[in-house]
Ligand binder design. Structure first.
Ligand code: G4P
Length: 292
């Protein structure tokens, strides 16, 4: 991946219960016809857990590029084409405002076309498709389930505590969703992947140095989105992330008692602005650089 030299932050974060989550997902996958996987459109490669591919086997795949409102539209289109070429049915959505959500049912049905035709030939009519929502933490799975299922849906299946049956959310007569999403963790073998997940705020802050995170992000933005930092903070374009952070601190009046700049506070502002999309619509992965 690009900017190898940016990956100086050593991210060692890996939850111990990963294998249990994987096994649970493997069991639950047997119950569904299709997987609806969510990734963060700002990092459509880095937020995609490759284990989901292995677990899914030959099941139809729908991939939702969520938080598309925060991502670079051009790169979202590129990633849509990239994943479609690899057999996914892809949609860019915004689960928070429900933009694009109306099209999801049609895409799921399209992805399951062969299965529905097979069912029909066997005389199975009217059985709803069953789907599982999956993805790494913080990509918007719960927000999506709420906006997709809405208020009109009903919970079906066995009552918890009575039997071990699963709970299903019945959207309509054509589709049911497993009520708990499948959660897997991102892969951190590539430090760049870890860094990008940290930039968008999906890693517990405490394990990372926010100053270093900001400096590396600034360097990335200077290289890939020239002009955005200058425009947002009214500072001159600088070649170096440290220098830029110093200037942002002065501009935003992040000063300590003696007048010295408070770099940590400036770093906090920068990360908050970036994560809220206030620096612009930015995507941190690039199709050309995606290594599989
Ligand atoms: P998860 O189940 O996959 O862990 O994710 P969850 O739905 O909890 O969403 C994580 C955060 O992402 C939430 O923000 C949610 O509002 C936000 N989010 C989800 N989808 C979108 C989207 O399409 N666009 C944008 N801009 N944001 C989205 P939060 O700050 O944790 O909560 P809140 O303050 O928004 O309620």
């Amino acid at each position: 991946m690009e900017n190898e030299n940016l990956a100086k932050t050593n991210i060692n974060w890996y939850p111990g219960h990963m294998n249990k989550a994987k096994r649970q997902m493997q069991d639950e996958l047997k119950l569904v016809d299709v997987i609806v996987e969510l990734v963060d459109a700002r990092i459509p490669y880095s937020s995609k857990n490759p284990d989901i591919d292995k677990l899914a086997g030959s099941k139809p795949r729908v991939l939702l590029l969520n938080k598309a409102d925060l991502a670079d539209e051009g790169r979202t289109k590129e990633y849509k084409a990239y994943y479609e070429k690899r057999g996914y049915h892809v949609l860019a959505v915004n689960a928070k405002t429900s933009a694009g959500i109306k099209s999801v049912l049609g895409v799921i049905k399209e992805a399951c076309k062969e299965k529905r035709e097979r069912d029909l030939k066997r005389g199975i009519i009217g059985r709803p498709l069953r789907a599982m929502i999956a993805g790494i933490p913080n990509v918007g799975k719960s927000t999506f389930i709420n906006s997709f299922a809405g208020k009109s849906c009903t919970l079906t299946g066995n009552k918890p505590g009575v039997t071990k049956g699963k709970q299903w959310i019945r959207l309509n007569k054509e589709l049911e969703l497993l009520d708990t999403p499948g959660i897997l963790w991102p892969k951190f073998e590539d430090q760049q992947v870890g860094l990008r997940i940290a930039w968008i705020g999906s890693i517990n802050e405490n394990i990372l140095d926010s100053r270093e995170l900001s400096v590396t992000l600034l360097s990335y933005l200077y290289e890939n989105y020239p002009g955005v930092i200058a425009a947002k903070y009214g500072i001159e374009e600088c070649a170096d992330g440290n220098e830029a952070l110093e200037r942002i601190a002065r501009k935003r009046a992040c000063l300590k008692k003696g007048g010295e700049t408070d770099i940590d506070r400036a770093a906090g502002f920068l990360m908050d602005d970036f994560r809220a999309g206030k620096i612009g619509r930015i995507t941190l992965d690039r199709v050309q650089k995606t290594v599989e």
